[in-house]
Design a protein around this ligand. Sequence first.
Ligand SMILES: Cc1cc2nc3c(=O)[nH]c(=O)nc-3n(C[C@H](O)[C@H](O)[C@H](O)COP(=O)(O)OP(=O)(O)OC[C@H]3O[C@@H](n4cnc5c(N)ncnc54)[C@H](O)[C@@H]3O)c2cc1C
Length: 389
Amino acid sequence: MPAQHPLGMLAVDDLVAPEDRDLQLAVRHFVDEHVRPEIAQWYDAGHVPARELTRELGRLGVLGMHLHGHGCAGASATAYGLACLALEAGDSGIRSLVSVQGSLAMFAIHAHGSEEQKDRWLPRMAQGEAIGCFGLTEPDAGSDPAAMRTHARRDGDDWVLSGTKMWITNGTVADVAVVWARTDEGIRGFVVPTDTPGFTATEVPRKLSLRASVTAELVLDGVRLPADAVLPGPRGLSGPLSCLSEARFGIVFGSVGAARDCLETALEYAATRRVFDRPLAGFQATQLKLADMTVELGTAMLLALHLGRLKDGGRITPEQVSIGKLNNVREALGIARECRTILGAAGITGDYPVMRHANNLESVLTYEGTSEVHQLVIGTSLTGIPAFR
Ligand SMILES: Cc1cc2nc3c(=O)[nH]c(=O)nc-3n(C[C@H](O)[C@H](O)[C@H](O)COP(=O)(O)OP(=O)(O)OC[C@H]3O[C@@H](n4cnc5c(N)ncnc54)[C@H](O)[C@@H]3O)c2cc1C
């Protein structure tokens, strides 16, 4: 019998518009050409050529691709999600670069910035000529961003920012940082060129996950900014939370990509690896694993496409994004770990992508809201009782 692709079995491609399928193929081709040949080595070295890669991703047209105007492609949310899927099949670190650039830094400026801020940054960021980062988390304020200590005070017309941001993707390579800080008027966002005196970024050492991604600590030591550096958009946490919802949406799709890559690898391995004189794929115990993973991958993909439709129709809610992020990352991590068992000892090496994906997904499980935080968001919605505190 001819072997079927796990996603082909559910004919999910039938649910994707032809132009979106073409785009996904173009991104897949990009990943095959620019990421796959290098990724194991970048991961080993804990170093990714972020600037060069960002320019290439800009040429591909995926940076801020779901935003309209100011040099952005204006694609649908579903198309953006499918691009995230194809990128994360290469590595979660590459998708993280694109998510932080497009859904966090660019989205913040696009949704909450002035026309001057948009004109200054968005076209260059869409082209990959300028890199952005997004500073919300602090050493003592992760799941609870309201506990942030970074503050901005007025000094004449200027703003002066002080504080520390932690775990910031793209931090050391960024040209611009969107930094959230406490002010007399509530939490506000600031557009900070990273060459401003008092701004320093240091890479977080000894990461065992997302090694092909830059993660940094940002220190703002009396960073003086002109009056027009503040995002004129909303005061309070609704500003940063709106950006997080965008990035979480990309993860709903992206995690499916990592899981798909693991399952494809395990299927291929099981077909050729012989144990007890037969291909590993021919044993019932292996097929049970493969079948369960195919069910989870398919349902994760259908959930992602459903959320894509809702978002394109302007009807998506944060709780729905939480359901998608919670389920798809959790299932992707489960698939990665199960695929690792199929590869046996070979699965623990960098010769195969599976353990790299599993390690990456540990970060994906934590950032953009931990699983527990998403469970609490869903729980609040179900009961009407916020149980965060
Ligand atoms: C690789 C990487 C990249 C990142 N990139 C960025 C970035 O670009 N910008 C940015 O701002 N941040 C970024 N982050 C930070 C990320 O968003 C935070 O790590 C995340 O929000 C969790 O915060 P924390 O690590 O401080 O964990 P904590 O908030 O300390 O949580 C620790 C544990 O407690 C649980 N917990 C917390 N509150 C509750 C509760 N009320 N009830 C039950 N359990 C609870 C959590 O679920 C978790 O299991 C990144 C993180 C990583 C790992």
